[in-house]
Design a protein around this ligand. Sequence first.
Ligand code: C5P
Length: 221
Amino acid sequence: MSNNIPIMTLDGPAGAGKGTVSRAIAKTLGWQYLDSGAIYRSLAIAVQDAGVLLDDIGGIVDIANKMDLRFGSGEAPSVFLYGQSITDRITSETCGHITSKIAANGLVRQALLQKQREFCRFPGLVADGRDMGTVVFPEAKYKVYLTASAEERAKRRFKQLKEKGIDVSLMGLAKEIEERDRRDMERSVAPLKMADGAVLVDSSDMRIDEVIDRCLGLLAA
Ligand code: C5P
């Protein structure tokens, strides 16, 4: 599937630091970066904009097949849906919440599979999500399951949103994250779990540079 292109997958629950770590690894190695969560989140925005109901799976799949989604190539993450920037809109926790509902459906996941696999190009790929090492790139040579305590993850996400000027309560956020993680872990299709052969990295008491080094160390092992 990946034609010997090296792949590192990073799966794990919300707020574990996957995005920051994956981006930094991709930059260091000069590899492609796949933010699969952003693809699912963009679909949720497209579905909302089209006024399609969350139980209309046919309608959602149709949008997934047709949506014109592009990622900016700059340093800061940017996402364009039908040419319009949706970078800010996909960041909200409300978007994450709706996304996890849509993402629980197998037909929806199937419709987004190819879009994700297209990111696998030379010289390599760092793929960040929930099912990267289990379903999308099971053949990946380097697999990480990145986690942190629920408290730490809520705090990190809180800080991240605050920096973006988004006002949320820490307690409310912790509850939302818990609910989203439960949904992602308990769904019957491609649930969040450790992939076979994945290395568990608990970043609760680690600095970001330590986590990055730990992941990069897998390449040398
Ligand atoms: O990673 P991020 O928080 O952006 O993901 C948002 C939601 O998208 C997750 O909570 C999950 O429901 C869904 N998702 C998924 N599979 C992936 C990536 C994200 O189901 N590979």
